[in-house]
Design a protein around this ligand. Structure first.
Ligand code: GDP
Ligand code: MN
Length: 381
């Protein structure tokens, strides 16, 4: 789960990271009022779940409250990486002498949190990693012992020469690590971590991604979820207890079981198609799940054909067939559908489908091939 910059900053502030104050607003008038309170130059920042907001025009300095209102008007009309900007963070501007990068990611290969720090912060860290990898220090942490003081100092020395700054940075590393572990993060990042001309070190941006599996343990974090900032189809799927990930293609896939879903996507690709999503209706699928799955898939305008691929074990294929019939009666389909069913109660399922004007096969290869053809505008066979 992604959280907003202002939420991540709140968490890190409570952990002791030096961060300028800030307030969230959703109208230009509120922004003007907040800017007046702070006095001086402020920064108005789009709150969306996307990086590179600066480049997209979503981070602007404003010298006066009137100017803050003006830039807020523009930012609140932006879409950044397809996501509408509904809120902005207003914060007193800091003077910047130097920008560094500090992040922790959960590394699957080493199964450890890995610190990544670089004195070349502010811009895309991916670009630094690609062009000047020597400017990044990676340090895996053994979670049995946590971040040791010597490690925190080493990270600090990679960023600064001055011992006072190294100490301040080391303290920030400890706070970031504590926040990362305490909140079940898969990522926690400060970019930029700036040095002011006066020599203070402050975090001007923060990003945290919380592992979805931690949310049951952390109801206070689950509350931070902002559904208005998420892909609508993924919100709908989560609320219907379906595993769904939107992709860029045009073949909508409804599958039971994650393994079969992966195999189906592979086969769609093999036959030259592009899956529009990953959707797993799970094991014991009742007709309602199928209805919800179809609702979600058909709400995506890029879907040109729908492919059902169901292997009936615990899942009864007649349940799925009933779901398809119910769903399409409620919302008649505007795109062709290809159904492949095999396994438990297959004969009953085929009969239900036939009686309702659908055809289905038990051959996965054939079904996938046909769905790909149909998505490309081919005729139904
Ligand atoms: P991102 O582009 O989404 O990562 O947004 P950031 O919050 O990192 O802001 C992008 C850039 O805006 C930073 O790297 C800074 O150069 C600049 N910026 C952000 N806050 C301030 C500030 O308080 N003062 C100044 N002078 N620049 C800022
Ligand atoms: Mn940033």
């Amino acid at each position: 789960m992604n959280i907003h910059e202002y939420q991540a900053k709140e968490i890190l502030r409570n952990e002791g990271v030096p961060i300028p104050p800030g307030e969230v607003a959703s109208t230009p008038e509120e922004v003007e009022r907040i800017a007046k309170q702070y006095g001086g130059t402020v920064v108005v920042k789009a709150q969306v779940h996307a990086g590179g907001r600066g480049k997209a025009g979503g981070v602007k300095l404003a010298k006066t409250p009137a100017e803050a209102k003006e830039v807020a008007e523009k930012i609140l009309k932006l879409h950044i990486k397809g996501l509408p900007v509904l809120k902005v963070l207003v914060t007193p501007a800091a003077d910047i002498a130097n920008e560094a990068y500090v992040g922790i990611i959960l590394d699957r290969a080493s199964k450890k949190p890995v610190f990544m720090v670089s004195p070349a912060g502010g811009i895309d860290i991916e670009e630094v990693a690609e062009k000047t990898p020597e400017k990044i220090l990676k340090l895996p942490i053994d979670t049995r012992y946590g971040l040791q003081p010597y490690q925190a100092s080493r990270l600090g020395f990679f960023l600064f020469d001055d011992v006072k700054k190294v100490r301040a940075a080391a303290k920030i590393m400890q706070s970031l690590y504590t926040a990362f572990m305490k909140n079940g993060c898969s990522l926690a990042e400060i970019n930029p971590l700036v040095t002011t001309p006066a020599g203070d070190i402050v975090a001007l941006d923060a990003k945290m991604v919380i592992d979805d599996n931690e949310l049951d343990r952390h109801p206070e974090l689950a509350e931070l979820r902002d559904e208005s900032a998420e892909e609508p189809s993924e919100v709908m799927a989560r609320n219907a207890n379906l595993t769904f990930i939107k992709l860029d293609g045009d073949v909508g896939c409804v599958v039971n079981g994650a393994g079969l879903a992966m195999a189906t996507m592979d086969l769609v690709k093999y036959y030259g198609g592009e899956p529009a999503n990953f959707l797993d209706i799970g094991g014991s699928s009742n007709p309602e799940k199928v209805v919800n799955a179809l609702k979600i898939i058909t709400s995506d305008p890029s879907v040109k054909a729908i492919l059902f691929n169901i292997f009936g074990g615990i899942t009864r294929t007649d349940d799925v067939a009933n779901g398809i019939v119910t769903a399409t009666k409620q919302n008649p389909l505007k795109v062709p559908i290809v159904i492949r069913l095999t396994g438990t109660n297959e004969e009953i399922a085929m009969k239900i489908l036939e009686e309702n004007g659908f055809s289905a096969s038990s051959d996965m290869d054939e079904a996938v091939k046909r769905a790909v053809e149909l998505a490309k505008g081919g005729k139904a066979a």
